[in-house]
Design a protein around this ligand. Sequence first.
Ligand code: DAH
Length: 341
Amino acid sequence: MRELLKELRERSLSAIAGAESAEALDALRVQYLGKKGELTAVLKQMGKLSAEERPAMGQLANELRAAVEQRLEEQKKRIGEKALELKLSAETLDVTIPGAEAKLGVRHPMYQVLDRMKEIFIGMGFEVVEDREVELAEYNFDKLNESPNHPAREWTDTFYFTEDSSVLLRTQTSPMQIHVMERQQPPIRMVAPGRVYRKDEIDATHSPMFHQVEGMAIDKGITMADLKGTLSEVARQLYGGETVTRFRPHHFPFTEPSCEMDIQCYRCRGRGCPTCKGEGWIELLGAGMVHPKVLSGCGIDPEVYSGWAFGFGLERLALAYYKISDLRLIFENDVRFLEQF
Ligand code: DAH
């Protein structure tokens, strides 16, 4: 029996050491230690031994069992490590392989101009506010001192939601002046960019949806000189330090006096060309001193405070900025056009 155990020990331990998978190990465990296993079979023969021989053989058999179990454990661990190593080497990352290129677009050219505008105004202490596009006629017209029979209120010009013409898509960003003044006492310095809507057919200079930027400064002692100085400085920062501005009298119901600001044509430098239609100047925005009625309607005392406001079309400004001639390019989102900015 001693020989039997010795032979079994050598064979089993070397078989286990040669196993290369968890499945092979399991099979060997069954083969040697299982109910019908070889070691079990040897133990069953213990009964045939003499009483003197039995304890020594029993001890040998137990040692063998322990040795087999230990070798099984060791081999299991080794197989696990080998598998991990294999997996890791299969998964190595080659950082020199060119990556999959993520196609990042560019910010829309018009919003690039808007971002630049915002930066300029923020640099001058203005706050950027954004708000609703669905507006009450009261805010879009009445509180801006636009009379009940103002032509802009026509159903042919404005998108209304209600039969009584009380709710509409705002036709201008000017109602933002009212919202800000109603919730905040001066000093106020704000710009309010956003979409506006008018019933216009699409052509090279019109669209039923476009963007405006409104601006306003209210404080004690603010004059028309502040308006001219600020807006001229914005134009210079946007279009270059040599940009010349000019202010012409105009009329808006919510400002008194009112004006329009032009910049000297960037293409011909004022000599007259097709871009400026021979004028030498390009109209940029409407502005003026906020009407006392508008101030007092918002609970701001016009005897104490004064201020100026302006509004301009962002598309038109972006066209001028990039020297583009057709408004439709701004909306068509043709990648060949957008990629150029
Ligand atoms: N809301 C005017 C428009 O749509 C533009 C405008 C003119 C805004 C004068 C103003 C302003 O704030 O003072 O034509």
